[in-house]
Every structure is written in structure tokens, then in C-alpha cells.
Design a protein around this ligand. Sequence first.
Ligand code: NDP
Length: 442
Amino acid sequence: EVDWFSLASILFLLMFAPLIVYYFIMSCDQYQCSLIDPLIDLLTGNKHLSDIWNKTPTLTYRAASIYALWVAFQMLLYLFIPDFCHKFLPGYVGGVQEGAVTPAGVVNKYEINGLQAWIITHVLWFANAYYFHWFSPTIIFDNWIPLLWCANVLGYAVSTFAMIKSYFFPTNAEDCKFTGNFFYDYMMGIEFNPRIGKWFDFKLFFNGRPGIVAWTLINLSYAAKQQELYGQVTNSMILVNVLQGIYVLDFFWNEAWYLKTIDICHDHFGWYLGWGDCVWLPYLYTLQGLYLVYHPVQLYTANAIGILMLGLIGYYIFRMTNHQKDLFRRTNGNCKIWGKKPEYIECSYMSVDGSKYYSKLMTSGFWGWARHFNYTGDLMGSLAYCLTCGFEHILPYFYIVYMTILLTHRCIRDEHRCFSKYGKDWKRYTAAVPYRLIPGIF
Ligand code: NDP
């Protein structure tokens, strides 16, 4: 059932999320990243919406070609180059891996080759920048708004296609979720793991490839633009590139782990993931770098070190918490967490076909400190990215605000789901670990 609040939020997002992205990017393009000045101009009648719109770059043939080439190249890397990284990188899990059991009892196989795609893409990027010079490394920044239109076309096309597919040729009909509400179904998705053929998995591809591989390239393009405009790259820009680079590389190093996250295990594929991966993620997760092109902040060394430390500690907490759960689940609790056997609560649940399954919820390590301490680490890292930009404008702080809302909402959504899944066992768990994000506070 879809309650009125969820429906209202969905309608709000469907109508306004594309406008929010446009507003942020336009503010940088026309107002030096001020979020207030466009409003003042409009409210005082100094400018009309049409003036702003008329100054906005349109879709160009060049941007469409760049984008088509980019997506086609990522598809090629995803579909046709089986992973070789796991053959020589110790500790890296790549190649064919299994996802979690779906509610209908299906276990999907995935070709994990994201790290390889990331490496090949970046090697080519640097080879071009320093040797071949086929295109300028500022190409992404220089076409940023025309590329936004292309990303939107792909985001809407893929979400609409996924909706149509779920009615006419679903990959696994038993894992489809129809609420009967068109807007909810379009936004949150119907199919669980839509695929074309055996290997083209929509969730894995769209989140990782046009989305996360692009993230570091976009930042590199911003750094190149700073170099072109000011003859140097600021330490803040280097920090953004390094901290977000670690996060992205971590994602690909642990892509097999990603198969066990909420995105893959619980969310259905709709506009939220499809459009979100194509537009929201590459455009709004990279706002700090964009801001720094317009405002090249050079941080005092002490501040830069402080921000670096915050980012690294946040990353450490994020990684270790995720690692502890992964290790615990993989070994079914037969492992050591902080040198000791993990403590846990035994749980049971039923799948849709009525079969009974057993699971364990860990109550030691970081998972004994709070129920989502991984989110806390993620939030510390997110704050570090924003702080690199100083305090002159609020635009770069959008990320921490958004991540706080996203992860708090995710926390509540996940706990609601876990309560429906585990019932009284979940209550025992929340009694043993009473806080969600910050021990003693929330
Ligand atoms: P989690 O990795 O926290 O997974 C939650 C699931 O883990 C629950 O549904 C439950 O699943 C299981 N679980 C919960 N508590 C325990 C426990 N104590 N012991 C063992 N298993 C437990 O959430 P996400 O998948 O949302 O996040 C993965 C990471 O990705 C996080 O670090 C998050 O910060 C990050 N992230 C980043 C985003 C970004 O945009 N940058 C967006 C979203 C996430 P089960 O049903 O199996 O019991």
C-alpha cells in the first residue's frame, strides 16, 4: 500500500528533482555558484525565467556524440571484457559472483569487472591528457550543461523502458512488485533485477558505470579546468579529487560487496535508481569540484590536514563497518571481530513461498556501537568534501545535507523492512543496540 506521504514525496521528487539539478548547475554557470542571486533576480523582476533559460546552453550534437560514445564504451567494457583483475590482484574479488537470494528465491550471477572498467577508462583518460591529445581534459566541464540534457534523456529512457519491460517481458515475474499506483511504481520500480540477456544487469551497470566511473573523471576535468583558468590546481581541488577518488576506488574494489547492499538486495529498479544514477549522482555528487572551478580555494595547510584526517577517519569507519558485516555474513559468524568471536542475535524469517530461513544480526564491533555506524563514517567523509570549499557559499554543502537526509531516511526505511522481516527478533536486536547513527544521541 502506498500512503499519502510517500505518494506526495514521490510526486514532489518526480516534478522537482530535475529542476533542482538544473538550478544548481545553472547557478554555477550564470551566478558563480550563488544559490540566492538567481532568486533575488527573479523576485525583484531584474530577470525573468526566460532570461535565465535563454542563457542556458542547449543540447548540442557534440555533447550527444560524447555522451553516446561514453555510454557505449562503458557498455563494451561491462559486457565484453571479462574480469582479469582478480587473477593478479591479491584480495580482490572479481569475475562471476552471486548476489543475495531474492524474495522469490532466485540467486543472480553477476560479472564483477567494475574495477577493470575504471582502470581502463582512467588509463585512457591520462594517456589522452598527457600523450595523445585527442580531446581536451576539460571536455566534461566545457560541455557540462549540454551533457546534462543527454544524461536526462538516458535517465528517463531507461526508467520508462524498465517500467514497460516489467509489464511485458520481466526478467523474473515473481520478483516484480506492483502497488497499483502508477507514480509509485514508476519511481520505486517494479522489476527487482531487470536484465537484458544473461549478463546486462540494469542496477549494476547504471549505478556503477555511467554513474560512479564518471565521478572521478568529472573531478579530473574540473581540476584540468582550474589549471587552464588559473595556471594551478588548488589544494582544495586536490583534496576533493583524492577523498572522492578513494571512495570511488573503494566502491569498485568492493563491487562484489555492493551486491549485498540495499540497492541490489532490496530496491526495485525504477526512476529512483535509473534517473538517479544517470543524472543526480554525476551532477550533484560532484558539486564541490564544480564550485572550486569558480572559486579556487587555497586552504591553510593546517585546515587541509584537518579535512584530510576527517575524510580518512570517516572512510576508515565506513569501510571497517561494512567489512565487519561482510566478513560476519560470509563466514556465518565464524570469524574474529576486533580479535574476538562476534556476538550476535539469531533470527528467522519467511520468504514469499513460505520457506523458513535463518539469519544472524551482529551486536559487536562497530555494529555494537550503533545500528548503522557505516552511515556515520560515510557522513563524516561527506562533510570533509564540503569543508574543502570554505564557507563563502552554501552550494557545496548540498552534499552533506542531502546525504544526511538520504542516509537517515535509508536507516528508517531499512529498519522498517527489517522489522517486517524479523519481527520480534528485530526488537531483541534494537534492545541490544539501541542507537542508529551516533551512540548515546540518535
Ligand atoms: P547496510 O550495509 O547497512 O545494510 C543493511 C542491511 O544489513 C539490513 O537490511 C540487514 O539485511 C543487514 N543488517 C542490518 N544490521 C545488521 C547486523 N547487525 N548484522 C548483520 N547484518 C545486518 O546498508 P546499505 O546497503 O544501505 O549501505 C551500504 C553502504 O553504502 C553504507 O556504508 C552506506 O553508507 C553506503 N551508501 C552510500 C550511498 C551514496 O550515495 N554515497 C547511498 C547508499 C548507501 P538482511 O536483510 O540481510 O538482514
